[in-house]
Design a protein around this ligand. Structure first.
Ligand code: ADP
Length: 496
């Protein structure tokens, strides 16, 4: 029985020619392939060569006894359905044959209909079995495919250069790859089963893994990223994603670890290099600047005009370079963590008033107004580095003045939101196109358009602001609409 599409084959073993021929006729019309044998031995030979599905078997034949034939048939293939053909006198024998494994019996002589009924029943049973066998074969094939797919994925995961951990919803580690085991110095068989917190002790990372595992990031488009130091010179960048089931439910988290130590070393070298070069350039440039100022002062009436214009341009350029160098040095300090260290107590209201007061001359020169809005209830006293805050607010207000037209309006607003102070610097100036909003915090990035072309700057103000805000444990965001204005909002935790 190789496949279910082949016709049902019936073997009729009966020594009565009439029974054989009659059955052959009726069964062929039912679409069966029919073979006949007049004795048991002959029947068993045909059984071997034709592999029938059903055997109609007479119990009383010369030669081999019908019961013995049935026994040998089932010995060869227990799935063959044997239907006993028996005379009225031997119904008991037929019942005995049923007990021995016959599928059914039909008393002879028989009419075509009872034969059709009994063979049809057997046929249906065979088709059902063939269908079940086919489904089973498919299931096995699917399982084999699945097994193959699983081992392929396993191989890919194991050969990944990045460390990989999969957790369940409880935050327990259910899968790791060799890179991760190497990274935490554990044997692969030890590195599953326990909560993630048992493997890496970084608090922020453990919290992130817990949150992702529990489904907090299911609707997030951005991939949560985290950096941590494993040992003195081992830096890692971690990215995590929730693992989603068929109904978008969270099943756990997949966390990848990338070793960024080399990048960090390069970054440090670059910062040190920039700091050194800037430091070396600052003094000679300041000297040139001062000397140009003296030359300009000493110029006589006749020497004014072109010469003075040239010197004045040179003085402006040196001033620009001095600002860039100052900003670069500030950035280096932020990057090496040498800022926000001079903490002292101060009142935010006073600090804001003094910065706004200082910059109002610059705003008046452009006929701009600066309005400072404070909360009704006084803000708590702050204990942190006031210079860092002055620099943040000062940079944002200076930008608002620079990138707002003559007569524009600038608003500085401070209030308390939970455990943070919220500072907002709003202008009704040129605004920033949405496509640049993600770039303006990059070093040296400046938006170039008709309105900003003639405004001088270093492109380092916002990176400095962002660096300082990060150092204070806060966050900064920006909203802007070209032609309508920009609002920068800074959140700083009151207690660090
Ligand atoms: P700089 O002002 O020296 O160019 P920043 O890093 O402070 O550098 O700002 C980067 C860019 O962001 C600016 O060149 C400007 O195009 C844009 N920008 C910053 N603040 C504002 C603002 N308030 N309104 C419009 N554009 C702004």
């Amino acid at each position: 029985m190789k496949n279910d599409r082949e016709d049902i084959k019936v073997l009729v073993i009966d020594d009565e020619d009439g029974i054989r021929e009659g059955s052959e006729r009726i069964l062929s019309r039912m679409g069966c392939d029919v073979y006949g044998a007049s004795r048991g031995e002959e029947g068993l030979e045909i059984l071997n060569s034709r592999k029938p599905h059903i055997v109609l078997l007479d119990l009383k034949m010369p030669g081999l006894d019908g019961m013995e034939v049935m026994r040998r048939i089932h010995e060869q293939d227990p799935n063959i359905l044997v239907i006993i053909i028996t005379g009225f006198a031997t119904v008991e024998t037929a019942i005995e044959a049923m007990k021995q494994g016959a599928y059914d019996f039909i008393p002879k002589p028989f009419e075509p209909d009872p034969l059709r009924i009994v063979v049809n029943r057997a046929k249906e049973r065979i088709l059902l079995r063939l269908e079940t066998e086919k489904l089973e074969r498919e299931r096995r094939r699917n399982l084999a495919d699945l097994g193959m797919e699983k081992s392929r994925i396993r191989t890919i995961i194991e050969s990944l250069p990045n460390g990989l951990v999969v957790t369940n919803t409880e935050g327990q580690v259910v899968l790791t790859n060799p890179t991760f085991c190497q990274l935490i110095g554990m044997a692969p068989n030890e590195a599953t089963g326990a909560p993630f917190t048992d493997y890496i002790k970084d608090e922020g990372l453990c919290q992130l893994v817990k949150d992702i595992s529990r489904g907090r990031y299911v609707d997030f488009e951005e991939i949560p990223t985290y950096e941590f130091v494993l040992s003195e010179d081992k830096y890692f960048q971690v990215k995590g994603r929730p693992v989603l089931g068929g109904r978008m439910e969270c099943l756990g988290a997949v966390i990848s670890f990338q070793d960024i130590s080399a990048m960090k070393v390069l970054d440090r070298l670059k910062t040190e290099f920039v700091a050194k070069v800037s430091h070396e350039l600052r003094s000679p440039l300041s000297t040139i600047h001062e000397q140009l100022a003296m030359v300009m002062k000493a110029m006589t009436e006749e020497e004014t005009g072109t010469d003075q214009h040239l010197i004045s341009r040179a003085k402006e350029k040196t001033q620009g370079l001095i600002s860039t160098i100052g900003d670069l040095l500030d950035l280096s300090k932020i990057e090496t963590g040498n800022v926000c260290q001079e903490a002292r107590e101060f009142r935010m209201e006073e600090l804001l008033e003094s910065v706004v007061d200082f910059l109002s001359t610059q705003a008046s020169a452009k006929n701009q107004s600066i309005e400072l809005q404070m909360p009704d209830t006084p803000l708590p006293t702050f204990t942190m580095d006031p210079l860092a805050l002055e620099s943040i607010v000062g940079n944002l207000i200076t930008n608002a003045i620079n990138y707002t037209q003559e007569g524009g309006e600038i608003r500085v607003n401070a209030d308390q939101v939970g455990d943070n102070v919220r500072l907002a610097v709003q202008d009704n100036g040129f605004g920033i196109e949405a496509k640049y909003l993600g770039k303006i915090f990059d070093r040296f990035y400046r938006v170039k358009n008709e309105k900003t072309r003639f405004i001088t700057g270093t492109g380092l103000g916002l990176p400095i602001v962002k660096g300082l805000v990060d150092s204070l444990g806060g966050s900064i965001s920006v909203e802007s609409e070209p032609g309508r204005g920009t609002t920068f909002t800074v959140l700083i935790p009151i207690q660090r």
